[in-house]
Design a binder for this molecule. Structure first.
Ligand code: NAP
Length: 360
């Protein structure tokens, strides 16, 4: 392939540049061009150098950024895809462990998998790239429009709820009419992943709260109202109800002090999904009382990372359903369109951002 413009970083140290790159050892039977690529907390964490688990591909002193994308097929030698098809490429690529060999590299058991734009594999923020058809998921619903770019962040949420369902089976978790009505889910953070977790939580029937340590912008308040989500501003902590027991806690902040503060508000048989990553979060102390609290209530803390092909497919179905139900309001999750070459976007979050995307 000839030179193309791309966003690159040097992992795990950080920085971001928009420059020409030549990646001529790339294989694949489909050539793609991104239509939209999304920016997420992981991209910003990498650019800042705060994600020590990231690394450049072998033989390269840089890594092309980008793992959230909606792409168009521009050339295909595959019987499954034709020119003009809209697709979402998978992020994780399997190693050789038993989980990778059954199509679940998201549960890789030896760390030998790779992730496009994150660990050892070039990502999708470049004008063109090649991939194999077995790494692509087709977007069939034409009504999804631009929000199909949310397939990647949504698939993380679908998988995390699968973890929740497995863990919740160890005791009776639902209420006495077999639903989650009346159960409380608290999501820490108000970024795009937090909102997608909140949409899913409402879909499951939880009484759903999202929290940040400052007020949120009007567009986010409006999004909460549209989807039936309640917002808690933890800087007004006295307003946080005294007897508020969290049945399902989801963290997207990666901040251990905040996580443990709310673990101590969890209910019996509660489940916490740890999802946010921030290697530079401040240290916190936990003591024996914290451990006793977790044990006495059978609380489960479970990490959840990435997802498999099945979760991308289900993510597309959820997005279609939410789009049908909420129409134009769902489109408002994309809060900004940017042009290739914009660097500031990686260093500074635009005000009111839920999801910023680059239109290629
Ligand atoms: P994001 O927009 O940066 O979301 C993080 C949210 O947490 C922001 O709303 C942030 O608020 C909030 N926050 C930070 N510290 C907080 C605290 N102490 N109390 C309350 N809220 C706090 O990123 P994202 O794209 O939604 O992703 C969320 C996290 O998940 C990131 O850490 C990302 O790296 C990680 N991630 C994990 C996976 C996985 O597979 N496990 C996949 C994708 C992403 P401010 O806006 O005020 O900073």
């Amino acid at each position: 392939m000839e030179k193309v413009n791309a966003y690159i970083t040097d992992a795990p140290g950080g920085t971001v540049k928009f420059t020409q790159v030549n990646i001529d050892d790339e294989k694949g039977n489909v050539t793609l061009r991104p239509i939209l690529t999304g920016i997420c907390g992981t991209d910003r964490g990498m650019v800042k150098g705060s994600l020590s688990f990231t690394y450049n591909p072998e033989g390269y002193d840089f890594l092309v950024l980008g793992h959230e994308s909606l792409c168009e097929v521009i050339e295909s030698d595959s019987p499954e895809f034709k020119k003009g098809d809209r697709v979402v490429p998978l992020v994780r690529r399997p190693g050789d462990c038993p989980n990778c060999r059954i199509g679940r590299p998201d549960n890789c058991s030896d760390g030998e998998k790779h992730e496009a734009g994150i660990t050892g594999l070039h990502g999708f923020m470049r004008e063109r790239f090649k991939d194999f058809d077995f790494n692509l998921v087709k977007v069939d619903d034409p009504d999804l429009g631009d929000i199909a770019v949310l397939t990647e962040p949504t698939k993380n949420v679908v998988k995390a709820f699968e973890v929740f369902e497995k863990v919740s089976q160890r005791s009776v978790y639902a209420n006495n009419i077999s639903t989650y009505e009346g159960k409380k889910a608290l999501i820490i953070g108000t970024g795009s992943e937090a909102f997608i977790y909140a949409f899913m939580s409402v879909d499951y029937g939880f009484d759903t709260y999202i929290l940040n340590r400052h007020p949120i912008e009007d567009n986010k308040i409006e999004m909460c109202r549209e989807f039936g989500i309640k917002f808690i501003d933890s800087s007004k902590e006295p307003e946080f109800p005294e007897k508020f027991h969290i049945d399902f806690l989801i963290d997207t902040s990666g901040d251990p002090g905040t996580i443990f503060k709310y673990v101590r508000k969890m209910n019996y048989n509660g489940i916490a999904i740890l999802f946010g990553t921030n290697g530079k979060a401040p240290k916190t102390e936990i003591d024996g009382e914290d451990i006793d609290y977790i044990i006495e209530r059978n609380i489960t803390l479970a990490g959840s990372v990435d997802a498999a092909r099945i979760h991308y497919m289900r993510a597309l179905d959820y997005l279609s359903k939410w789009k049908r139900r909420h129409g134009e309001a769902m489109n408002k999750i994309i809060t900004g369109y940017f042009k290739p070459g914009d660097i500031d976007l990686f260093e500074n979050k635009p005000s009111g951002e839920i999801k910023s995307v680059i239109r290629w």
